[in-house]
Design a protein. Structure first.
Length: 262
């Protein structure tokens, strides 16, 4: 395994076996005090960016099959030789172009993903025609904290609109080769089988409201109604008139949309 990391692809490999086992447990069984020892294997895991296969090793102990999607052609070619006799399928390709509808059995998604494509990957897996049972990704700690925080962003609201989300283990930068500049954290998302909490129309309002996240919401939405009417509506739904977009949860946005539509 003498292949070098490609900085352009955001390749930072995690080798800490204890942490890798925990991520694999999250993937197979969710966030709970469980381990893979003695528990029934799950059907299928789609792994994003397996790299040299450190996480793949742990996933294969917990899943009947792992489909590893690797963008780097060098790694995609070399990975199968590291796992002879296992039910590992390596796909050389871009996870953002992968067709999840081809899967005909329950599956989960797992991976240590490059920071620079965190949002597109989350959007891809949470809007798939055939949703995964669970998504377990290792991302930048600051982004993970924002996703689970009550101080909302467009990304955190997008996730909470489509999945139950929990924060998992924190992984210090020194655990990676090469070390990134920041720490990482696992985020576990379990998509809602009933669909999104709020409609696409409400989410368009959310995106508009976050046009300037640091500005007061009444100013961001001034083009939809006059400021005085917006202040009245915000009072009616229990939102402070000087609130900023990040102060509103999904229910607040849904109520705001319904009032504006009247």
């Amino acid at each position: 395994m003498g292949l070098k990391n490609k900085k352009s692809l955001g390749q930072n490999w995690l080798k800490n076996r204890e942490i890798l086992e925990k991520i694999a447990d999250y993937s197979a069984y969710g966030i709970a005090e469980k381990t893979g020892v003695g528990l029934e294997k799950r059907p299928l895991c789609v792994e994003i960016g397996p790299g040299l296969g450190y996480l793949t090793t742990s996933l294969l102990r917990r899943f009947d099959k792992v489909i590893a999607i690797e963008y780097d052609d060098r790694l995609a070619k070399n990975l199968p030789a590291s796992f002879p006799g296992t039910n590992l399928e390596v796909v050389h390709g871009d996870i953002l172009e992968y067709d999840f509808s081809r899967l005909n059995e329950p599956y989960v998604v797992a991976g240590n993903i490059p920071y620079y494509i965190t949002s597109p990957i989350i959007e891809k897996v949470l809007t798939a025609e055939r949703l995964p049972d669970r998504v377990v990704i290792l991302i930048q700690k600051e982004v993970a904290e924002r996703i689970v925080s009550n101080k909302e962003t467009v990304l955190s609201l997008f996730v909470k609109n489509r999945a139950r989300v929990q924060a998992g283990v924190i992984v210090p930068a020194h655990e990676f080769t090469p070390p990134p500049k920041v720490d990482s954290q696992v985020v576990v998302m379990e998509p809602f089988v009933t669909g999104p909490v709020v409609s696409d129309e409400v989410f368009e309002l959310i995106r508009r409201g976050f046009a300037s996240p640091r500005k007061k919401l009444v100013h961001n939405l001034a083009g939809m109604a006059d400021v005085e009417r917006l202040k009245v509506i915000m009072g009616e739904i229990g939102v402070l008139v000087d609130a900023r977009p990040g102060d509103l949860g999904l229910t607040d946005w849904d109520n705001l949309y319904k009032k504006l539509e009247r």
